[in-house]
Ligand binder design. Structure first.
Ligand SMILES: [Zn+2]
Length: 313
């Protein structure tokens, strides 16, 4: 480890290792039959809804997932930047696609890796599928005064290592208008913007966009503060003063149970042992499969993100 390695990096590294190990142990006992991955060419040639595109990654190993993203972008002739990293904590490759022009950047991230033993459909192939479809839709008329950066990160499950390496090597922080990290976007009817402890202009813009598509605060969408035991790529940006939040879908019927679950460090830490509310019932398990994804959830997430882009632009 380099001298620059901070205590925070060590903590994230240990949490990432624990995350991986606990999933391995819990998933080894699960008798759910493994997912047979769809042939990549078949996915590329097929319908390109977020759900269909999630099959690019579902059931594959992390190197295969990474490879599938690059192969898809090349097949559709989408220009992208590749950022390969290797550190004492691990290695991987992030991919970035920029659309639009201007000085400001809205960064939308979705990690392409999964924990061992999980097909990783809702966490996080669905979000990757969402971003891939957003790229296709936005390419038709990209914003004139905003660049939207779609960042597909590696090794999020290792304490968002890919995003941290991206920030170290690439990010021109001053140009970032805001960051949203998409996690678990495939199940539910209500948007959660999380790790949003303080009001910021970007958070107000996100709220206005969600209101604009007919969502009401505390019903169609929720803004919640820092969540103790979970994290995602946006946390790599937040310490630099960039407004950066998690973006997740949940079933509104479970709002109370979810609040109890995610805000209790004890329940979160021992999540492998307790009954968990949807969507955490399949999270990091062999049951996180494409069949659990809900097309209306993905459609809502897509509509919400298009509104955010339009509102920031
Ligand atoms: Zn995830």
């Amino acid at each position: 480890m380099s001298r620059a390695t901070s205590l925070r990096d060590v903590a994230l590294y240990l949490r990432g290792r624990l995350n991986t190990r606990l999933s391995q142990l819990a998933n080894a006992r699960d008798r759910t039959p493994p997912v047979v991955p769809a042939p990549i060419d078949e996915v590329i040639r097929g319908v390109r809804t977020p759900q269909a595109l999630s099959r690019l990654l579902e059931g594959r190993s992390n190197p295969e997932r990474e490879h599938a993203v690059a192969r898809y972008l090349r097949a559709l002739a989408v220009p992208f930047a590749a950022h390969r990293f290797a550190s004492a904590e691990g290695a991987g490759e992030n991919f970035g696609v920029d659309l639009g022009t201007g000085d400001r950047v809205l960064l939308l991230a979705a990690h392409h890796d999964a924990v061992p033993g999980s097909p990783g459909a809702n966490d996080n192939a669905a979000s990757v599928g969402l971003l891939l479809q957003l790229i296709e839709r936005l390419a038709v008329s990209p914003p004139a005064k905003l660049r939207v950066r779609f960042l597909f990160t590696a090794a999020e499950e290792r304490g968002y290592l890919g995003a941290r390496q991206y920030v170290l090597d690439n990010a021109n922080v001053s140009e970032l208008a805001g960051v949203l990290s998409l996690e678990l976007c495939g199940i539910g009817d209500s948007v959660v913007v999380w790790d949003a402890a303080e009001e910021t202009p970007f958070l107000r813009t996100v709220g206005a966009a969600l209101e604009g598509v007919g969502l009401r605060r505390d019903q169609g969408y929720h803004v919640v503060g820092r969540i103790p035991m979970f994290g995602s790529d946006h946390r790599a940006f937040a310490p630099l003063g960039v407004p950066a939040y998690g973006f997740t879908l949940v079933p509104s019927a479970n709002a109370d149970a979810l609040r109890q679950f995610v805000f209790s460090p004890l329940r979160s830490a021992f999540r492998h042992l307790i009954r968990r509310p949807v969507p955490f019932d399949t999270y990091h398990t062999p049951r996180d499969r494409g069949g659990t994804l809900e097309p209306p959830a993905l459609a809502l997430a897509l509509r919400a993100l298009e509104a955010v882009i339009a509102e920031v632009a």
